[in-house]
Every structure is written in structure tokens, then in C-alpha cells.
Design a protein around this ligand. Structure first.
Ligand code: PLP
Length: 462
């Protein structure tokens, strides 16, 4: 650590935190006897806490965010310069970094043309939901307003996003929910048998399930479908062969808008700029947040096709024919200023290539671990976005108990490596270890992550 804070300063910080901070995702009664983990500094892939303990961060800031790693001076400097020049202006006004980042982003997303700025993944998804609803009112007398979402996917924390949430433990106790969101089955091939699905042609089968829901609801009532390209918190679910093409065909057949939630996969995580680009599909909406500026500033985007954009401007005589929405902090310039540098770093340091190469290496390491530890039932993922599903029994595929999965995470932490696990999301299936190191990860970093996991699995499962 650089010595900016004395031990006295840091003990005061711990006291202040314990007295006043309500932490995300924490059961505070269980937390009372412990000191909070204050992350004081970060550099590259590593962070240091108040005790000066170094950790290798294999989850990019906890939730798949810090894609370019910590301590990037050029991002900090660009934000600093921009804030002094012009920090904020809301509403219809534009900004220099807002215009330039939009241009750079669109250049990486053929078929899409417009960027709508806001602050969080949830908010970006809400924007897309609102656009779908407004299109329904404008074109279909309000009827084509339902939005399909998929079991095990997550789209954010607001009530509408939870209404579109396929992780029931996240939504439990927050109902009643917003009407008009309809669930379709998940596409996790490893769990095909639980769905009564065939093992051959699973991808087509899973897509067919979506069509069945559309037919049951009535195609003229469905406005859009919102899906993660690779499901994140629901268990790192890579789509099965043939799935995406069929989903796109179904959308076209029934005139259903395709909304891809790239909040996790977006901006390099899977080794392409966007996760959907692996599958040759052409979405109408793409939402993104976490990796857009790697957490150096809050920024999220709802990106649309010109076809969608046109629907909000084609009748200037109608006083309601525009998107009547504003995001106060969508007017902050720090986000796009940071995002421009973030993109430049990924390009100049060839981080997409590194993500593919290191992702393949890490996948190989996890498969080797699976040969050694029978508790690893399935390894999946794309790029530097990987998961290992733990099972109590390989034959029955009974999930490993959540407490033991968390014990593996805890033991890695004690060894100085931060990994993640699905947590209080899908009832009964919080059993997947999650890895999403920064896109700068090296073989040495990955070896350290794998060694910690290996040792933790031995301690917890024998
Ligand atoms: N969409 C996905 C796929 C996510 O994983 C998340 C958050 O983890 C969100 C949306 C919500 O993003 P935020 O927490 O920025 O609102």
C-alpha cells in the first residue's frame, strides 16, 4: 500500500463503516461481529484491504466490472480533465465525450445506431422496457406490450427489472410485481433432464419452448424478449448450439423485438466486444453498463437500431411521439470520458485477443480441476467469464449445498484470491463458482486462481 492512510485513519474508517454504512447484499446481524472488508487500493489485478492484505481479484470488482484492471492513470486523468472543463448538463444538451463515445461504440455494433445514456444496468434495461411499451401504444393500440424474460436470467434491481427476473430468490418479498412480464424456460443444457428435454438437439428444443410460450400468450401481445447472451448470476450459462439462431428466427416470425442484456458480457468480457456477436444475431436493443467504463465512473447505455429510433420521431405533429424519459445523471460527462479511454485501452493492449487466449487457458485449467475433483459437475463460460457447477453427486447432478460452495469462496479469500459464486439467486441452484478476472489476466494470475480453488475444494469437499 502507498501509505496514504495511517493505521489510525483506517481504524476510524472501519468504525465509521460499522456505525453507518448499510452494505449491499449483507445480512447485518451476521456481519456485526466481523470487521468490514474495506478495499483501500487497487493496481492491475490486485487489491489491498485495511489490514494491508493483498488479494488477487478474480471477479473484477466483485461483479464482473473492472475489465481493464485497477489504477489506470489515463482514465483518471481523462475524467479529471473533463470534470474541470465541463462536468454536467442534463436533458436535451449533448456533451463532447457523450458524442464521441457514442460514435466509437456504434462503430463496434453493426446494425445499431443510437446510444441512450443513463447510469446503471437496471436503468438501461428499464429504458428498453419503456421503449417497448411506448412502441406498443403507438403502433399496436397498447396490445403488444408483454416482455418475455428467461428463467435464471437477471436484469436488475428495480421493481420492473425484478418483474423480468428469472432468479426468484432475488425477487422474493418484493412483490407485487409489474404486470406484463412473462417467463420462458432456461437453456442450461447440463440441466436438460430436469426440464424433460431431449439430450440431442437441446438448443432447438430450448428455443422451441419460447415459441410455445408466445403461442400460448398470443403473438400479438408480445412486444419484446429480453435475454442475457451468456447468463451471469444465474449460473454462467452458455447458450446451447443452435439456440440463438432459432430465437432470432422466432422473433422475426412474430415481429418481436430482441433485447440483449449485455450488462455483464458487454465490452470485451467474452472475447468479442459484445456477447451476442459470437452468435451472429442482430438485436434491436442492447443494454450495457459494468464494463463500459470498468467502474471508473457510472455509465450505462441503451443502444438501439435506427428502426426503433425512427418510431420515436416519425410523427413530429404528435406531441407524445418522442421518448419522454430523462436520466438526471445521464448528463454526467465523467462516464463517457472514462468509457473512451476504456475502449482505447482494450484496443491498444489487444485485450480482446488476451481474453480469448486466457479464457481458453483458464477453461483448460478448470477442466483439469474437474478431472481431479468429482464435485465439479460442469464447467462452462466464454472468454474470461467462466463457471464451475458443483454437485454432491455426479450421476444424479444433485447440487452441492450452498454453504459448502460459499466455504470454497471463503477459503480462497483466506488464501488471498477473490472468486465468486452464485448466491441467493436461483432456488436450489446456488452452486456455481464464478470467475471473471480482468481482461489483462496473465497465465500466472490464472495459475494462482486455480491453485487456490484446488486447495479450497480439497479442504471443503475432501
Ligand atoms: N443485467 C445483468 C445481466 C446484471 O448482471 C446486472 C447486475 O448484476 C444488471 C442487469 C443490473 O445492473 P445494475 O446493478 O448496474 O443496475
Amino acid at each position: 500500500m502507498d501509505g496514504t492512510y495511517s493505521q489510525n485513519d483506517l481504524s476510524h474508517v472501519v468504525d465509521a463503516d460499522k456505525a453507518h454504512v448499510w452494505h449491499h447484499l449483507v445480512q447485518h446481524k451476521q456481519f456485526e461481529s466481523k470487521d468490514p472488508n474495506i478495499i483501500v487500493e487497487g493496481k492491475g489485478m490486485r487489491v489491498w484491504n485495511q489490514a494491508g492484505k493483498e488479494h488477487l481479484d478474480a471477479v473484477s470488482g466483485g461483479v464482473w466490472t473492472v475489465n481493464v484492471g485497477y489504477g489506470r492513470e489515463r482514465i483518471a486523468k481523462a475524467v479529471y480533465d473533463q470534470l474541470l472543463r465541463m462536468n454536467y448538463f442534463a436533458g436535451a444538451a449533448g456533451s463532447v465525450p457523450g458524442a464521441l463515445f457514442a460514435e466509437q461504440l456504434i462503430a463496434k455494433m453493426p446494425g445499431l445506431t443510437r446510444v441512450y445514456y443513463c447510469n446503471s444496468g437496471s436503468e438501461a434495461n428499464e429504458k428498453a422496457f419503456k421503449m417497448v411499451r411506448q412502441i406498443a401504444h403507438k403502433r399496436y393500440g397498447g396490445k403488444k406490450n408483454k416482455i418475455l424474460f428467461r428463467d435464471r436470467d437477471y436484469h436488475g434491481t428495480t421493481i420492473a427489472c425484478l418483474s423480468a427476473g428469472g432468479q426468484d430468490e432475488r425477487g422474493a418479498q418484493y412483490g407485487p410485481f409489474t404486470p406484463g412480464f412473462v417467463r420462458v424456460p432456461h437453456c442450461l443444457e447440463y440441466r436438460a433432464a430436469d426440464q424433460g428435454a431431449p439430450t440431442e438437439g437441446y438448443g432447438e428444443w430450448a428455443a422451441d419452448q419460447i415459441e410455445q410460450v408466445i403461442l400460448a400468450e398470443g403473438p400479438d401481445t408480445i412486444g419484446a424478449i429480453c435475454l442475457e447472451p451468456v447468463t451471469a448470476g444465474g449460473g454462467v450459462i452458455t447458450p446451447p448450439e443452435g439456440y440463438w439462431q432459432k430465437v432470432q428466427d422466432i422473433c422475426r416470425k412474430y415481429d418481436i423485438l430482441l433485447h440483449i442484456d449485455e450488462v455483464v458480457c458487454g465490452v470485451g468480457r467474452t472475447g468479442t466486444w459484445f456477447g451476442y456477436q459470437h452468435y451472429g444475431i442482430e438485436p434491436d436493443f442492447v443494454t450495457m453498463a459494468k464494463g463500459v467504463a470498468s467502474g471508473y465512473a457510472a455509465i450505462a447505455c441503451c443502444v438501439t437500431s435506427e428502426r426503433v429510433f425512427d418510431l420515436f420521431k416519425d410523427d413530429a405533429s404528435d406531441p407524445l411521439n418522442y421518448f419522454r424519459d430523462i436520466s438526471t445523471f445521464g448528463g454526467c460527462t465523467a462516464g463517457p470520458a472514462a468509457a473512451i479511454e476504456n475502449l482505447a485501452i482494450i484496443e491498444e493492449e489487444n485485450l480482446l485477443e488476451n481474453t480469448v487466449e486466457m479464457g481458453d487457458y483458464m477453461m483448460g485449467c478448470l477442466l483439469e480441476l474437474a478431472d481431479k475433483h468429482r464435485v465439479i459437475g460442469n464447467v462452462r463460460g466464454k472468454g474470461l467469464f467462466l463457471g464451475a457447477e458443483l454437485v454432491a453427486d455426479r450421476d444424479t447432478r444433485e447440487p452441492a449445498p450452498e454453504a459448502k460452495v460459499q466455504a470454497v469462496v471463503g477459503d480462497c479469500m483466506a488464501q488471498g484470491v477473490i472468486i465468486g459464486a452464485t448466491n441467493r439467486s436461483v432456488p436450489g441452484y446456488n452452486n456455481t463458482l464464478c470467475y471473471s478476472p480482468a481482461l489483462i489476466a496473465t497465465k500466472d494470475d490464472i495459475d494462482q486462481i486455480i491453485a487456490a480453488t484446488d486447495s479450497a475444494l480439497t479442504k471443503v469437499f475432501g
